[in-house]
Write a protein that binds this ligand. Structure first.
Ligand code: SF4
Length: 391
C-alpha cells in the first residue's frame, strides 16, 4: 500500500462540468454468494465507528477543497446495503454532504436499498431528507434462485418495497436484476423480468452473473459443487431482456442499463463519460483532476487513518493525456450510442491504439455510423475483452 496522504489537492479538469460523490456503506445483513464488494456484516458498534470516520473524511475533503468548491450534481450512496443504517443516519450523511460541498438545485440523489430493509416511515424520512432516487437490489424474483445465492429474501418483498417507496414519495425507482444465476432457466428469467417490468420502474439494470475472486460462488465452483452458467444461455437471456424491455418502452442506453426516456442514471453516466467523481468510505474509488485514487478496503485501517488526520487513500495514479483518452474511449464504448468518431482522431490516441481500433472495425466488433463509433451487437457480448485489448 502506498503511503496515505494528509493532503490531496487535485485540480478539477473541467470546473464547469458535472461532478458526483459516491459514498460506500460497507455493511450488509449477510453476504450473497456472488458478491465481491468490500463489506462487513452489520453491527451497531461498527456502524457507529464507520460514521464517525466518514464524517471526518467528508470534512477533510471539504477543508482541502478537493472539489474546488464545486457544488455536486449527483450523490450516490451505495454499498453494501445503505439501508442497513438507520434512516436518520443516512439523513445525517446527506446533511453533512450538503453543508460541506453543497448540492446543485436539481441534484440527483440516489440511495441503494435492500427490499427487506425498508419501511414506509424510513423511506418517507429519506424522501423528506432530499433523496430523490432509490435503487433496489432485487437480483431475482424466484425464491429458489434467491436461496441459491444466499439471500433469505422472499420474492414478494420487492413488490411491497416498491409500493412503500411510491407511498413515501419516490418517483424515480431503479431495480437491479441478474441473469445467468445458478439453476436459472430462460423461463424463470423471463418471469422475473416480466414481474419487474410490471412494477413500472423508471430504470432497470440487468447484469450478467460474473464469478469473482474471493466469493463463496467461486469456492463452490472450484469444489465442483456447481458449474458456471453456459454462455449460450446467458446470451439468450440477454437477448430476451433487450426484446422485453424494448417492447415495454425502455431505452437501452448502456450495455447493462435500461431506462424510461429522461431517466438515465446521471451518476453512473459520469463513469461512462469520463466525468469526475469523489468516492468516500472504505474501498471507494475517485477520479478527480485526471487522477484516479482509491481508499483502503479495510474498515479498521480506514478509521485509524482518519483518526490520525489522514485521508484514507491507498493508491493514486495521475493519468497522462494519452491514458485519459484511452480510458474515455473504453468507458464511452459501454454506452450504446458510443463515442463521436472525431474523438478517435482529435485526441491523438497512440498508433498502437489507432491500429487496434481499425482492426476492431474491420473485424466487425466496432462500427462507425452516423458520426459515432460504437460496439456492434456482437461486440457488446465481448465488451470486457475489447476493453482489455484497447488498454
Ligand atoms: S446485498 Fe448486495 S452488497 Fe450485500 S452482499 Fe448481497 S449483493 Fe453484496
Amino acid at each position: 500500500m502506498q503511503k496515505s496522504l494528509t493532503t490531496l489537492s487535485p485540480t478539477l479538469a473541467h470546473p464547469s462540468s458535472p461532478i458526483g460523490l459516491y459514498i460506500h456503506v460497507p455493511f450488509c445483513r449477510s453476504r450473497c454468494h456472488f458478491c465481491a464488494f468490500y463489506l462487513q456484516i452489520y453491527r451497531e458498534d461498527r456502524a457507529h465507528d464507520y460514521l464517525t470516520a466518514l464524517f471526518r473524511e467528508i470534512r477533510l475533503h471539504a477543508e482541502q477543497q478537493t472539489l474546488g468548491g464545486h457544488r455536486l450534481n449527483t450523490v450516490y450512496i451505495g454499498g453494501g446495503t445503505p439501508t442497513a443504517l438507520d434512516p436518520s443516519e443516512l439523513s445525517d450523511i446527506l446533511d453533512s454532504v450538503q453543508s460541506h460541498f453543497g448540492l446543485q438545485a436539481d441534484a440527483e440523489i440516489t440511495v441503494e436499498a435492500h427490499p427487506d430493509t425498508v419501511t414506509v416511515e424510513g423511506l418517507t424520512q429519506l424522501a423528506q431528507a432530499g433523496f430523490n432516487r432509490i435503487s433496489f437490489g432485487v437480483q431475482s424474483l424466484n425464491e429458489g434462485e434467491l436461496a441459491g445465492m444466499g439471500r433469505t429474501s422472499l420474492s414478494d418483498r420487492t413488490s411491497k418495497a416498491v409500493a412503500l417507496a411510491r407511498d413515501a414519495g419516490f418517483t424515480n425507482i431503479n431495480l437491479d436484476v441478474i441473469f445467468g444465476l445458478l439453476g436459472q432457466t430462460l423461463e424463470s428469467w423471463q418471469s422475473t423480468l416480466a414481474q419487474v417490468i410490471a412494477l413500472d420502474p423508471t430504470h432497470l439494470s440487468c447484469y450478467a452473473l460474473t464469478v469473482e475472486e474471493g466469493t463463496r460462488l467461486l469456492i463452490d465452483i472450484r469444489r465442483g459443487d456447481c458449474t458456471t452458467p453456459e454462455d449460450a444461455l446467458q446470451n439468450a437471456m440477454e437477448d430476451d431482456a433487450v426484446k422485453q424491455l424494448t417492447a415495454a418502452g425502455f431505452d437501452r442506453y448502456e450495455i447493462s442499463n435500461y431506462c424510461r426516456p429522461e431517466y438515465g442514471c446521471r451518476h453512473n453516466k459520469l463513469y461512462w463519460e469520463s466525468g469526475e467523481y469523489l468516492g468516500v468510505g472504505p474501498s471507494a474509488q475517485s477520479y478527480v483532476g485526471g487522477a484516479r485514487f482509491g481508499n483502503v478496503a479495510d474498515l479498521k485501517a480506514y478509521q485509524q487513518l482518519l483518526a490520525d488526520g489522514c485521508l484514507p487513500i491507498a493508491e493514486r495514479e495521475q493519468l497522462d493525456p494519452e491514458q485519459r483518452h484511452r480510458e474515455a474511449l473504453i468507458f464511452g464504448l459501454r454506452l450504446i450510442e458510443g463515442i463521436p468518431s472525431e474523438f478517435i482522431h482529435a485526441h491523438k490516441l497512440d498508433g498502437d491504439c489507432q491500429a487496434k481500433i481499425v482492426q476492431l472495425l474491420n473485424d466487425g466488433w466496432l462500427e462507425d455510423t452516423g458520426g459515432r463509433v460504437k460496439l456492434t451487437a456482437t461486440g457488446r457480448r465481448f465488451a470486457d475483452s475489447i476493453a482489455v485489448e484497447l488498454l
